[in-house]
Design a protein around this ligand. Structure first.
Ligand code: ZN
Ligand code: ZN
Length: 348
């Protein structure tokens, strides 16, 4: 991978590249605490710069040459020393303005953006394996919570039980703050779990995932606490139809905006498209939201090795909402759906 990066670097006219964005540091080095590491790449070296706390860890996790500094805050000075006389490319979409100015005092510096995106968006087999493991643990956590969740629990209790299950099952952490949004709160697409108590006849949206060795998963299911109103039942059926139709349609060489359109049109047939207030989906990898983006009016041709979520939803502000989300990997001929949890309406 570093060779491809070097080839791309040569085209920028710079002769050194500084990687600071943690997901990118992890991607190129394997180092598991990437927020405390930086990578300097030249045409004949690739060095992971980290500090004394990580001597053993860096050695164990990374194949890159290692440069151990006395204190974490000294990395800019070390970069300046190592890149002396070189034209340095930095990640302008991550480095702070102050850090950039600091380098520019002594080095010839240029900014590059999304430099590794074209590589990272196509997952390698070891990455797909970890994302699949995270998705499997997410499915298992969902099966587990179905035995636990009941009227009278708070949203936070549900979220903590999901987290406990995934941590005990080997997750580094949750993939993002867990959404447990019940009743009127289900109309908030990102309703992080609150102290609200689950009540009878409510919809409850659970959006969660696990992180394993830096790789994320992402899944949403919406449950019913007992019986629902006719309109709520109709909304669930419409969102499910939109989700399954978009899922059927996705594959290699398809355009993300078309897949978004398919889901949006189905919600439109049920007069619910005005309540679908976000994009259809996103890639998942070392970050929870990354390319590709499946959204209206933005072309994005999907390729084998990309991941994508398909997560249509409908939210009537202040009343209720439904979202259903699966995670897929695009293959050379079709896709592999990683989320296997039941999507028919579960009434508890
Ligand atoms: Zn999600
Ligand atoms: Zn998502």
């Amino acid at each position: 991978m570093i060779d491809f990066v070097r080839e791309k670097l040569a085209k920028t006219g710079a002769d050194a590249l500084l990687i600071t964005q943690p997901a990118n540091v992890r991607y190129l080095s394997g180092f598991g605490t990437p927020e405390d590491g930086r990578i300097l790449i030249t045409q004949d070296s690739a060095v992971l710069i980290t500090d004394g706390r990580y001597i053993a860890q860096a050695k164990e996790q990374s194949k890159l040459q290692q440069d151990i500094i006395a204190s974490g805050s000294q990395w800019p000075a070390r970069v300046i020393a190592l890149a002396k006389g070189k034209k340095l490319a930095v990640e302008a979409d991550h480095l702070t303005h102050t850090q950039f100015e600091g380098f520019a005092k002594t080095l010839d510096v240029i900014g590059v953006e999304n430099f590794l995106t074209e590589f990272r968006v196509i997952k390698q087999p070891h990455e797909i394996k970890l994302i699949s493991e995270a998705a499997k643990l997410t499915d298992e956590a969902f099966s587990h919570i179905l035995n636990i969740i009941k009227v009278g629990m708070t949203e936070v209790e549900v979220a903590l039980e999901l987290e406990r299950f995934m941590r005990m099952g080997g997750a580094d952490s949750v993939a993002f703050p867990i959404t447990v949004a019940s009743g009127y709160r289900s109309s908030m697409p990102h309703g992080t779990a609150s102290t609200k108590v689950l009540a009878e006849h409510e919809l409850v949206t659970l959006d969660f995932g696990a992180k394993i060795q830096g790789y994320h998963s992402d899944m949403t299911r919406t449950l019913a606490m007992g019986s629902l109103s006719e309109d709520e039942e109709k909304m669930y059926a419409a969102v499910l139809e939109a989700q399954e139709t978009a899922l059927d349609a996705i594959g290699p060489e398809k355009d993300g905006q078309e897949i978004d359109r398919i889901a949006r049109d189905i919600l439109g047939e049920h007069d619910l498209d005005q309540y679908f207030s976000h994009s259809l989906g996103h890639g998942v990898g070392l970050m929870i939201h990354e390319e590709p983006s499946l959204r209206a009016n933005v072309p994005y041709i999907l390729k084998a090795g990309m991941t994508a979520t398909i997560e249509p939803g409908a939210y009537i502000p202040g009343k209720y909402g439904v979202r259903i989300e699966d995670l897929v990997v695009i293959t050379s001929t079709s896709k592999h759906v990683l989320s296997i949890s039941d999507k028919s309406l579960i009434r508890l």
